[in-house]
Design a protein around this ligand. Structure first.
Ligand SMILES: [Zn+2]
Ligand SMILES: [Zn+2]
Length: 931
């Protein structure tokens, strides 16, 4: 019987069950609208697709927790909600992984050949890919699994091909020779964003180039150049000097004999050269340096590529052919030295680019690549953000985004990989021209020749993921019959993602999304505005999850927390709550297990509250008192004659609901979570449940009507609390909500019910009016009174469990209310008897609360004078020590200046508190009877 919950809360037992249930029942599927649905607001999110090779880390769990809270909240608010999951084929990462696998089997990618290798990758994907989605299922992410996609799915590949062909036809895709970042390990071009720069100790070599006269005859003179990559000299095609550099005026028009190679190269004049840097003479290697490449273009210099795809010297390097770049470097330096052409070697710290995937040093290299002419797309993407069609939270990312966009370069979209979307371009063996087509061509579009070979490059992974916002809703096949998804869900409402992919992905989605959506007319045939062409209306950039010491998690530091591991230990709900309780815009999370332990205890508290409630409901049922289930599933209500605690708890619930709704509106997950926590633990458990126990008197003489109303309010507030908690702790709330209905719930899941709401009117009704004499306000006074009595008990050293009498004076304004609720005061403050006074009591042991109440705890303590004297003396010594230590620290000027202000403030406060305790202890000692 579901009311019969196990005694102990065991998250693993319930979480596996519900995770499986949600997926099996397709609870979060959002079907394509048919047009007959009721009018609903839409709230949809596209999940940033993790790499198909990926495993869930803490950053994912944080991102998914925030998204899931918002999605569940909107769903419960009655919106048409859709969260679409999927994975990215992750070109380089996946290819590397399978390459390593085939190498371990003694073969290689090249041995297998393209077709067989790609088949191997698909096979790997079928068996091992998408582990992260399985982990998401276990963690209960409420995505629509029926819409799961993979970026190489057929329909998404059609979109990729259409996008490429359309941009090509629009003249926005071109092929050209440029300096790219080349990874010699991955043997592909990689984008600027995929290069990680790192400072490394290296050298700068000064090399003497012999000067020839205008006729090419050797002279006695040398021109010294400086370089950090001496091996590139094999590809030098000039040396540049500043035209006004007085040291070199006599060299204008002269030539140089390139050492080791023997090629004659010109001295060129260009005011790009900095006279103050190095020797003021710059060797020019257009095929291996982006600046030199530009220089070469200005001066019509030849481009000599001296390295192959693996960064070994090629035939252009003469005797150095076949050597690895670093081996060649050593040999070249040695040869120069031997020939007396090495002028010097200096230590130098270089900023070296590494491949983000495999950490190999990137080689700038001239190669022929495909590019998107990005400016027209960027212009629209800039306008969309400037006009507010897309909003960033935190707002500072707007500036970061615009700054990057306004300095954007053409996008190199080709990769020399096998795994990915192959570029739909064919080279003609007859006329040499290129045919780009939607359907594989059989003849050259220019000369009709059948001698076609397909381009071997594939597209950058981000080209396909950048199209997702349109392609997941059916683009490019948006027809009159086939546009319901697009009309309902585009633009998406929100993107929740990390800063690290702001340029890689967010910016590309904005550019590509607008570019292709703008050509899709609105449903009524009118043209689409920019505001409706954007891929999403809001971007929420979440912060980082760091370790408890605010250090970035990293494998090398060994401080990585595996989310699956701690979920097993504490339960998904506790981990989610930890993340939510610290999440607010722009604030990194210092993940502390101690907090998760605390939230695990919170879940336990909820569990025990449920057990207490069910036990009483069942007891009542045994004597024929049944609670009408219709009181549940809505906001609880109270009548004028409901007791004080019912008015109060219902008003607290409304207040909490209002605060949670407002907080989630502005991504203050922390405020929302902390409000729910305070409400449930503080108000519901610590106060309300304690008072309700007074009403649940099942004795012979009990008032059955009173029990019934008390249980009705108790159940309805508890049920509403579960709904309030549900987006944060979906598992335990699902379990307990089903139990509330004793296995006969009105709908299949708490996630499909309504989220508690409030309004000014509703809150006022729950309060029973406005102002001082409403029951919730009186309850507030009583809470404070109880607090005062508890303190007074402590001061008088009443043993914890002992009930003592209290003499109490109440202001006439609160007298009636007090008389009606004496039982509450007695129970919660452990008072044996309340003696009501006519006048305010006097004396040093009197407590007061705001003029409403004053009173005394009546307690005669038998005092062991020597023991008391010893206790106070010990305390005095301890406090004196504390004050002295604080004074010493605060007297240390350099400490006060250097320490963060909150530390100094804290110390001052602590000192003041200790001083107060010291005075009290001294007074207490003085007050003891003298011997
Ligand atoms: Zn690499
Ligand atoms: Zn042709």
């Amino acid at each position: 019987m579901p009311h019969d919950l196990p005694k102990a809360y065991d998250p693993t037992a319930i979480e596996d069950k519900w995770a499986e249930y949600w997926v099996r029942e397709n609870l979060f599927a959002q079907p394509t609208p048919t047009g007959g649905e009721a009018q609903q607001d839409t709230f949809d999110i596209l999940l940033p697709p993790p790499n198909v090779t990926g495993n869930l880390h803490m950053g994912h769990m944080f991102e998914h927790t925030e998204s899931d809270i918002l999605i569940r909240w909107h769903r419960m608010r009655g919106d048409r909600v859709l969260w679409i999951p999927g994975t990215d084929h992750a070109g380089i990462a996946t290819q590397m992984l399978v390459e390593r696998q085939v190498v371990s089997e003694g073969t290689s990618r090249q041995d297998l050949g393209r077709e067989a290798f790609v088949a191997r990758v698909w096979e790997w994907k079928r068996h091992y890919g998408g582990n992260i989605l399985r982990q998401m299922k276990r963690l209960g992410a409420s995505v629509d699994w029926q819409r799961e996609y993979f970026t190489m799915d057929d329909n998404l590949s059609v979109a990729v091909r259409e996008a490429f062909v359309r941009l090509y036809e629009q003249g926005l895709i071109y092929r050209g020779a440029y300096i790219v970042n080349w990874c010699p390990r991955c043997q592909t071009a990689i984008s600027d964003l995929e290069v990680v720069h790192e400072e490394q100790k290296g050298h700068i070599w000064e090399i003497r180039y012999p000067v020839s006269d205008a006729d090419g005859n050797p002279t006695e003179e040398f021109l010294t150049v400086a370089t950090t990559r001496p091996e590139t000299m094999l590809g030098d095609t000039a040396v540049a000097i500043h035209p006004e550099d007085e040291r070199y005026l006599h060299l204008h028009g002269k030539k140089l004999r390139l050492p080791l190679v023997g090629r004659e190269i010109p001295i060129i004049l260009d005011d790009w050269v900095s006279r103050d840097f190095g020797t003021g003479a710059v060797k020019v290697t257009p095929a291996h340096d982006p600046n030199d490449f530009e220089l070469g273009k200005r001066h019509n210099l030849p481009n000599i590529n001296v390295m192959d795809e693996t960064a070994h010297i090629n035939a252009e390097g003469g005797v150095y052919e076949g050597l690895d770049r670093y081996v060649a470097r050593k040999r070249i330096v040695a040869d120069l030295e031997e020939q007396g052409l090495l002028a010097g070697v200096k230590d130098h710290t270089n900023n070296i680019g590494h491949c983000d995937r495999c950490k190999t040093v990137v080689e700038p290299r001239l190669s022929t690549q495909w590019f998107v002419q990005i400016q027209p797309l960027a212009d629209k993407a800039i306008e969309a953000v400037n006009t507010g069609a897309i909003k960033f939270t935190p707002e500072m990312y707007k500036k970061t985004y615009l700054n990057w966009m306004e300095n954007i370069y053409d996008w190199c979209i080709s990769r020399q990989l096998w795994w990915g979307h192959r570029i739909p371009a064919w080279h003609c063996g007859t006329c040499g021209k290129i045919t780009v087509a939607r359907v594989d061509p059989t003849a050259c579009a220019h000369c009709g020749s059948a001698q076609l070979t397909q381009e071997t490059d594939v597209l950058d992974t981000w080209f396909s993921s950048g199209l997702l916002p349109v392609s997941v809703f059916g683009w490019p096949n948006i027809t009159a019959e086939n546009r319901a998804d697009f009309d309902a869900f585009y633009p998406t409402s929100l993107l929740v993602t990390g800063f690290d992919i702001l340029f890689f992905w967010v910016a590309r989605m904005i550019m590509l999304g607008i570019w292709f959506a703008k050509d899709i007319p609105e449903k009524d045939g009118s043209s689409r505005s920019l505001a409706n062409s954007v891929p999403f209306r809001q971007v929420y950039i979440h912060a980082l999850v760091r370790d408890a010491n605010r250090e970035k998690m990293s494998k090398t530091k060994g401080n990585v927390i595996d989310p699956i591991g701690i979920v097993k230990e504490y339960g998904t709900d506790a981990v989610r709550f930890t993340l939510a309780s610290m999440a607010s815009p722009g604030t990194d999370i210092a993940f502390n297990i101690a907090r998760t332990e605390g939230y695990r205890a919170f879940a336990n508290k909820i569990w025990n509250a449920a057990r207490f409630i069910f036990m009483n409901v069942d007891r009542a049922a045994e004597i024929g008192i049944a609670v009408d289930p219709d009181i549940m599933g809505r906001m609880p209500f109270v009548s004028n004659d409901s007791p004080i605690e019912e008015h109060w708890i219902v008003a607290e619930l409304y207040k909490c609901a209002a605060e949670v709704n407002q907080s989630l509106e502005i991504y203050r997950f922390d405020d929302a979570a902390n409000n729910v926590y305070q409400f449930f633990w503080g108000s519901f458990c610590d106060w309300y449940l304690e008072i309700v126990k007074l009403r649940l008197d099942f004795s012979e003489t009990a008032n059955r009507e009173k029990i019934k109303t008390a249980l009705a309010t108790l159940l309805s507030v508890f049920e509403a609390s579960l709904r309030l908690l549900s987006p944060f702790m979906p598992f335990i709330t699902e379990e307990l909500w089903h139990a509330v209905y004793d296995g006969n719930p009105p709908v299949r899941s708490v996630a499909l019910t309504f989220f508690p709401t409030s309004s000014d009117e509703a809150y006022e009704r729950a309060m029973g009016g406005i102002g001082f004499d409403t029951k919730p306000v009186q309850m507030f006074y009583f809470q404070n009174l109880i607090g005062e009595i508890r303190n007074a008990r402590k001061e008088a050293q009443v043993p914890e469990k002992e009930a003592v009498p209290v003499a109490l004076y109440a202001h006439p304004k609160v007298r009636t209310a007090l008389a009606e609720n004496l039982d509450i005061i007695q129970k919660l403050a452990r008072v044996a008897d309340i003696k009501l006074l006519e006048t305010e009591p006097q004396g040093s042991d009197v407590f007061t609360y705001l003029g409403f109440f004053s009173g005394k705890v009546v307690y005669e303590r038998t005092i062991d004078v020597p023991a008391e004297r010893e206790r106070h003396t010990k305390d005095i010594a301890k406090y004196e020590k504390g004050v002295a230590a604080a004074e010493r620290q605060l007297g240390n000027e350099s400490f006060v200046q250097k320490a963060p202000p909150h530390i100094v403030e804290g110390l001052k406060k602590q000192e003041a508190e200790t001083r107060l305790l010291l005075e009290k202890a001294r007074a207490a000692l003085d007050a003891l009877p003298k011997e």
